[in-house]
Design a protein around this ligand. Structure first.
Ligand code: C2E
Ligand code: MG
Ligand code: MG
Ligand code: MG
Length: 287
């Protein structure tokens, strides 16, 4: 009887597995087609220096516009594409596109604008990453420190030795590194002290509650002090209200991004915003 139960349980497991694999395979082939079909683009979200409001650069965020399904959120398709061979291709496309945007900025009179690029957990550990990144930097004739790679704690947890060694290689090239969604993963303080990173990005979920929750406010405040003492800078993501902004400034948070400052801007609209033809950017109010 025990054996029969075991068999049944296995069958159920097997069926759901098949479904997941099916969806994944289907999505992967659709995404491959989408890339060939130019359905992907980047949206750029401004990052500002908190105390001055000066524009530092943009985070590049992937957008998929499907002709039949409309906009598909990266939060939906990236987790499903994770660990497929296509994800590496897509991440490399993002790197190529982002570095080209920096070159365009440079050629249009904005020589110092930085770009932050998200990398999937698996792709950061790809042995070809440093070389590919270097090629794109040289090809577009931009400074390595104009490129920041954002990785999540998942990368560190999966293989800390390998991750830190790649991080060192990337920093030796002169590029910057940020730990994204900080506080949501399984990271411990012990690895933070030896982490070769430039920025820690405090997750939006903490920022969202700093005005209403004393606990979250304390967490954010002490994270900023600690990260600062370790010689790194803090980026606060998801700033939506001026109350949150004021608190973060008060805690000496270095860099901020969020809907209060600006929503992500499509590549097509970025020039109007930069050239001040469009009046929807908060960061210009400062300067
Ligand atoms: P993330 O890297 O933490 O990016 C921040 C997300 O928060 C973005 O969502 C952004 O649009 C959103 N956001 C920014 N400010 C605010 C705000 O004030 N309020 C709220 N509610 N949301 C805000 P998005 O663009 O949907 O991206 C979701 C996630 O998908 C990203 O989280 C990142 O993990 C991943 N992702 C996006 N683009 C790429 C990419 O090119 N490659 C990879 N591998 N992952 C990407
Ligand atoms: Mg990010
Ligand atoms: Mg983030
Ligand atoms: Mg996030």
């Amino acid at each position: 009887e025990a054996k029969a139960k075991k068999g049944a349980a296995f069958k159920v497991y097997d069926a759901t597995m098949n479904l997941k694999v099916m969806q994944k395979v289907e999505l992967e082939s659709e995404a491959r087609e989408a890339l060939r079909d130019n359905q992907f683009s980047l949206a750029l979200q401004p990052q500002i220096e908190m105390h001055t409001g000066k524009l530092i650069g943009f985070e590049a965020l992937l957008r998929w516009y499907h002709p039949k399904k409309g906009h598909i959120s990266p939060a939906q398709f990236i987790p499903l594409l994770e660990n497929t061979s296509f994800m590496l291709e897509l991440d490399y496309w993002v790197i190529a596109r982002s570095t080209r945007i920096v070159r365009d900025f440079k050629n249009s009179g904005y020589p110092d604008i930085k770009i932050a690029i998200n990398l999937s957990a698996g792709q950061f550990l790809a042995p070809t990453l440093p070389e590919f990144l270097q090629q794109q930097i040289i090809k577009n004739d931009i400074a390595p420190n104009q490129v920041c790679l954002e990785l999540t704690e998942t990368v560190l947890v999966s293989d800390i030795k390998r991750a830190t060694s790649i991080m060192r290689t990337i920093r030796e090239m002169g590029c910057m590194l940020a730990i994204d969604d900080f506080g949501t993963g399984y990271s411990s303080l012990s690895y933070l002290k030896s982490l070769p990173a430039d920025y820690i990005k405090i997750d939006r979920s903490f920022v969202a509650n700093i005005a209403s929750s004393a606990d979250d406010r304390n967490i954010v405040h002490s994270t900023i002090s600690m990260v600062c003492n370790m010689g790194m800078q803090v980026v606060a993501e998801g700033i939506e209200t001026s109350e949150q902004y004021e608190l973060l400034c008060h805690f000496d948070c270095h860099i901020g991004q969020g809907y209060l400052i600006s929503k992500p801007i499509s590549e097509a609209n970025i020039w109007d915003v930069l050239n001040d033809k469009v009046e929807y950017n908060f960061w210009k109010d400062f300067t």
